[in-house]
Design a protein around this ligand. Structure first.
Ligand SMILES: [Zn+2]
Length: 60
C-alpha cells in the first residue's frame, strides 16, 4: 500500500486518531469525523514527508 496513516489528536476531545494520506491527497484539506466523539475535524494533509499536519475544528 502507498497510503500512510498519520496520527493526530482530536481538537475536540484530545483522543488519538489517524488519517490515511494518499499521494494524490497531499496538500489537500479533508474533513474526517473523530472516531471517539464523532465531531468533524478539518485536516490539511502534508505536502512533503516532513511537513506539518494541520488539525482544526471544522466550522470555526
Ligand atoms: Zn474527538
Amino acid at each position: 500500500m502507498l497510503t500512510d496513516a498519520i496520527e493526530f489528536s482530536c481538537p475536540w476531545c484530545g483522543e488519538p486518531n489517524d488519517v490515511e494520506c494518499e499521494p494524490g491527497d497531499a496538500g489537500q484539506w479533508v474533513i474526517q469525523d473523530c472516531i471517539v466523539c464523532c465531531s468533524p475535524i478539518e485536516l490539511r494533509l502534508p505536502l512533503v514527508a516532513d511537513d506539518m499536519l494541520i488539525v482544526q475544528r471544522e466550522g470555526e
